[in-house]
Design a protein around this ligand. Structure first.
Ligand code: LHQ
Length: 262
């Protein structure tokens, strides 16, 4: 008898867009080491594949991601939690941030705890109307992890970040849009289409899109002088790209540019 188990993360390709679908719908896509490693691996694969221009992360079923799978058990002792974070959560967050290509969280349902951290680590969040966001950590006596304490104040400001993390209340999609947590909210049955449309616009962009990601990501950590230096280096690289040559030629020729990502 052979037992087949579905992959915990489904990987699909739509033209230049790589879609990673968290696939543990029975626990609202709770995170295990296997899921965390698979998402990190998907991002690394996207980095190595010139034909992939954009990554989308979404969830199967009615949830986006419920955070750490609490049934997998929290290890006793700080040392184990620490290594769990270091060995699995941190590499996933780094893989998303270091990827020089846009990553979109297509938030189809609840994003709780580290599931919300995962959404926050992405470059864009497109939410279904029924999506919601919960800094659930405090509800079970924990602190924000997987980057939430870094990304959240940068997106919504310190006061709102403190409110969300200390009270752990549910933020619905309309409120998420109002406070700048998400880029757009669409009807539930429009989410896949709206995400694909947004992703394909990014995928048609020039090589500089990846450089812009790195510039803006670092912006709030840097002072003006170092950011001006970073811009100089990035601009030199962008200006020598084939896509820049194409962009200028298209402008002069009064025609739409055809970028290749090179
Ligand atoms: C779940 C989960 C889940 C297992 C729903 N695990 N089964 C922590 C520790 C150490 C190191 C690393 O980092 C972390 C980071 C963290 O992420 S801590 C935060 C962990 N997440 C949570 O505390 C959220 C727990 N879940 C919930 O509060 C609710 O399920 C939410 C608000 C997400 C959704 O509520 P409902 O829509 O009412 O769904 P439900 O609660 O009925 O859940 C559906 C099923 O999914 C249910 O199973 P069942 O067999 O009864 O149908 C839940 O037990 C299961 N589930 N989240 N994280």
């Amino acid at each position: 008898m052979s037992i087949t188990t579905a992959p915990v993360v489904l990987t699909t390709r739509e033209a230049a867009v790589l879609i990673l679908t968290l696939n543990r719908p029975e626990v609202l896509n709770g995170l295990t080491d296997e899921v965390l490693d698979a998402v990190a691996e998907g991002c690394r694969a996207a980095a190595a594949d010139d034909d992939v221009r954009v990554v989308v992360i979404t969830g199967a079923g009615r949830g986006f991601c419920s955070g750490q799978d609490l049934r997998a058990g929290l290890d006793d002792g700080v040392a184990d939690v620490s290594s769990h974070l270091r060995d699995h959560y941190v590499p996933m967050i780094r893989a998303i941030r270091e990827l020089e290509k846009p990553v979109i969280a297509s938030v189809n349902g609840v994003a709780a705890g580290a599931g919300m951290s995962l959404a926050l680590a992405c470059d864009f969040r497109i939410a279904a109307e029924s999506a919601s966001f919960i800094q659930a950590f405090v509800r079970i006596g924990l602190v924000p992890d997987a980057g939430s304490s870094y990304f959240l104040p940068r997106l919504v400001g310190t006061a709102k970040a403190l409110e969300l993390t200390m009270l752990g209340e549910t933020v619905d999609s309309a409120e998420a849009l109002r406070i700048g947590l998400v880029n757009k909210v669409v009807a539930d049955d429009e989410l896949a289409h709206a995400t694909a449309e947004f992703a394909s616009r990014l995928a048609r962009g020039p090589r500089s899109v990846g450089l812009i990601k790195q510039l803006i990501s670092k912006s709030l950590d840097n002072d003006l002088d170092s950011q001006l230096e970073r811009e100089e280096r990035a601009q030199a690289e962008a200006a020598s790209s084939a896509d820049c040559a194409e962009g200028v030629a298209a402008f002069m020729g009064k025609r739409p540019a055809q970028f290749t990502g090179n």
